[in-house]
Structures are given as C-alpha cells and as structure tokens.
Design a protein around this ligand. Sequence first.
Ligand code: C2E
Ligand code: CA
Ligand code: CA
Length: 578
Amino acid sequence: MADQRFVEMEELTISGFPIELSEKVFQKVAEGIMITDLSKRILHVNPAFEIVTGFQRDEVIGHTPKILQSGIHKGDFYQSMWTEVQTTGEWQGEIWNRRKNGEIYPEWLNIMAIRDNAGEIRNYCGIFTDLTDRKSAEKELKEMALTDSLTGVSNRYDFAERMQQLLKTSEKYTITHSLLFLDLDRFKQINDSLGHDIGDRLLVEVSQRIRELIKNKDIIARYGGDEFVIALSAIKHPREAAHLAESIIDALGRPFLLNEEEIYISTSIGISLYPNDGQTADELLRKADKAMYFSKENGRNQFCFFHDELKPSSKRHVVLESELRKAIELKTVKMVYQPKIDIVNNRITGYEALVRWESEKLGQVSPAEFIPHAESSGLIAPLSELIFEKVCEDFIQFNMERGNKAPISINISGMHFQQSQFVSTLKSVFERMNCQPSFFELELTEHTIMANGTETADKLNELKNLGFKISVDDFGTGYSSLSYLHRFPIDYLKIDRSFISNINGIKENELIVNAIINMAASLQMDVIAEGAETAEQVELLRRLGCGIVQGYYFSKPMPAESVSYFVEEWNISQQERV
Ligand code: C2E
Ligand code: CA
Ligand code: CA
C-alpha cells in the first residue's frame, strides 16, 4: 500500500520538493490535502484530510470532491472556482463543506493545478484548513477586542467607537458631555513592589468601585495600564462631572484589602467638556489627559478641568526635567527650615528641612511639583542625596554658630524610600558628612509606610538602629489605623495640615485631632500638629493636649542663615514673657 502511494506520489512534483520530503510533509501537516487527477477523481488524501472530513481514505479514493459539498454554495460558485484554477493555475477562498457525520463546516481552501514538464495540467491539489476553531476564536476575539480582559470594562477601541456614536447623535441637539481621564498615582510603585498579581487585582477593584458610581448610559474604559476614561453623558452642568470626580477620588482613597494587606492609592483626574473643549473623542481625550497631568503636578489626589492656561504644560514638563537635572548637577537647590515649637514649655524642639529650588527658566518651583517629577523621571535618588548633604552641611553650621543641636527632620520621598539602596545611601552620606543620625528625624508619609508592608518594618528598624527617629507625615490623609502603625517603630505623628487649618470651625476635625492625640499617647508616640496659622488654633491644640506645633503662626520656613536670628528673637521674647 505504502509502495503504491509512493509510486503515485512519484508522478507528482509538488513545488519542486524532493519526493521524500513531500511525502513527509504530506503525512504530517495539519492541513488537509487531496490530490485528484485531471477529471477531479481523488487519488490521494493525507491523514489530516481524514481527521477533518471524517472520511477514511478508502471511502473517497476514486470519488470526486463533490462528496464533500455542503449544498450551501450554488453551481456557479464551483464553476467560477474551477475556471479560475484553469486560467490562473490557482484558487483560494473560504468554502463550506460537509463532514461524513453531516456537520457543515467552513474551511480555507487552496486549489492548485499541477503541470507536467510540458506545461500540461496533470493533477489538481487541494489544501485546506478547518476554520471552525478559528471562527469561534474570531468571535471570541471580537468580543475580547471590545472589553478589557482584566477588568471587563470597555477597552480603548470600544470606547472610541461608542464615543463616536455618542457625539454623532449629539451634533443635532445641544447636549453637554464630559470626559474624565483618570490615572492612579504611584501605581507603578505598587506593581513593582508588591507584584503584578496584586497590581492586577487592584485594577479590577478600582474598576468595580468606579462602576458603582456611574450610570448605565455612561461609558467606562480602561485606557492603558493604570488609566481609565469615563464618558459622563448628557450632563446639565459641569458640576456633575466635578461631583463624580470627587466621589471617585473618595472611593479610591479607601484602603483596598488584598492578600490581607491594606493597600492605599490615590488618583488624579482631568476633565474635558463636549462641545466646549473639543468636537471629537480624540480632542476631548487629549484635553482631559492634559488636565490630568496638571492635577498630578499640583500634588495629585485631585481633579482639574481643562482650561486654556494648561496648554504649555507639556512643554513645562520637558523644561522642568532638564532644568532639574542641571540643578542637581550644579547643586543649586537650597534648604529652608521651619521651627517646631514645644507649646508646653515654649521651646524650639527642632526644625523641618524643606527643599527650595529657583530655576533660571521657570522661577521658583514648588517641591510639591518637582519632587513627584523627580520621582517619575529617575532623578529622585540623586536629588535626595543632595538634600541629605545640604541638611548635614547646615546642621554643622548651626552647631558651630551656637552649639545649637536642635534636631532636624528630613522629608523622605516614598519612591526613594522604596529603593533597595535607600538605607545604605542615607548611611553613607551621614558618615561622609560626619553627622550623627540621632540628631535627625525622617518624615515618611502615611502612604509610604502603608504601601510597602513588611519591607517597611525591616527598613524602619534598620534606620532606628542607625539612630534616626521616625515621623509619620500627613497623618490622617491615608486612612491608616493607629493600631496598624503600632507595628512600626514610630516616634512622631504629624497631623495633616488639613485638620488643623479649620480645626476651630469644624467640630469633626476637633474630635479627630483629639482622638489622634489620645491614641498616640497611649501608643507612646508624640504628636506634632502642622500648619497652625492662628493663635486660636494653637490655643485649641494646647487644650487638646498636643505637645508640638509647627506653622506660619510661629514662623514660615526660613533660610539657614536666618535660623540663628530666629533663635535669638525667640529667646528674647521668652525672657520678656517671664
Ligand atoms: P510637607 O512635608 O507636609 O511640608 C509641609 C508644607 O506645609 C511645606 O510646604 C510648608 O512650607 C507648608 N507649611 C508649613 N506651615 C504652614 C502653614 O502654617 N500654613 C500653610 N498653608 N502651609 C504651611 P512646602 O515646603 O511647599 O512643601 C510641600 C511638600 O513638598 C512637603 O509637604 C513635602 O511633602 C515635599 N517636600 C518639601 N521638601 C522636601 C524635601 O526636602 N524632600 C522631599 N522628599 N519632599 C519635600
Ligand atoms: Ca513633612
Ligand atoms: Ca506634612
């Protein structure tokens, strides 16, 4: 049998392949192959033919391919197919055939005319692929192409299509829509430190929380890694978009419980309005994106509407980066110092070091803008090192001037803290500068501490062992519980400015501050209230039992040169009091 097949094969030269090779291919390929004579009687089929059609070789040899016809195609379909094979030597296309069990199925068929040495057609060869799997795969693909596979919300393609429809219907009427562009703050950090699994689950939960806040007619799509867009359709007033943005920021500010860990994130949102900001989805997206960047640059965890002044912002981005690079190289950033006052004994207990940078091209730039920028452009480590160095230099200077050894607290960037070399870098700067860590405190935000879980505890313990004291900065903004923070070696809690700034007006704030002070005391942490601007605030804080206060009421941050003058004035005023 095999010999006979070989003989028949020998008569054919398929694409000039050596015969043994053709035979091997013939046997192994996944495509069904059938070879006929000139009158289209089947001479040969391969194993794949048997599998796809369900017919055994013996059942088809000598028959024409008509036994496979499904009845779906009319006679002229086959006619034109064969005409093309005769004239061009080839035909290919999708064709519906019938298996032995009666099932009709689509296949991709390629028919070739095989000629002898004289150029005469001797045989026809049909090669086909079963499209059944591919068809259902295509259907799946189509569905998949519309939704984001991770979160199940629309993807950017579906979003574009639905926006187009929405805007088309809106042309005829005067309807306002708004588009929210949302980007999670520091998502990359979470992804890198806790793993992609947690990152993915976080995105799923984020999309669920957003979904709960929008209506069916609105569109939500995942636009990229940690970016979501929402079309809020047919709104009566931009206020509605602002409300939604606020609720989203609130909802995503609540902790996410993943792997028994509480994870904290925040989000920045940009908003554009149809038809004012743009007529097309693209334009609206671009402007919302720009507004989102502005929110980020202004400190994150907030929203911003697009407006014309935002236009140069992307250029600012570029200039900022190159200017900042220069500033680090030339060491032109400066530190200012804000005193912290022990309001029980009326003493200066220390200073917080805050960085200042005046760029030639951009003027004074706020650290709330350039620190996050340094974090996202890889400049945070060199910038932080420079800050440590400057603080050490100033500390030595204060010390020489009047033996003033009041401790200095240094703000630590969350991103820098996370880097594996953080502790060793810090240690080596302090060694090099010959400064004892026990005169220094490190301020880490609540977010930084909460976001890094177990690793945080190890790092904080290392820092404690070196002699540094640890403060939790902006406490009260991150929903962390004091009992959770108790696992970490923390010396100070700094109550966020937002609680202090209207502590006299809002009873709730007073209660919160009171609770924080009492609980912190029971956990052996000292409380520092920051941002006190008025005598009334300081008075209330004193009544509530807060020991240390910092704020414009006592002093704005001042250049290092002014510190000794401030100390002198302070001492004089204290002597006058008694
Ligand atoms: P922060 O650590 O919460 O710093 C307190 C901010 O509140 C400072 O703003 C300070 O000038 C301001 N402030 C102090 N008292 C008052 C007051 O009574 N009223 C008001 N309205 N504001 C007050 P600044 O210097 O613009 O810093 C902003 C943020 O930038 C800081 O927030 C901190 O997160 C970051 N930052 C500043 N310096 C550094 C630094 O050297 N390294 C790092 N990593 N971050 C820094
Ligand atoms: Ca601080
Ligand atoms: Ca703070």
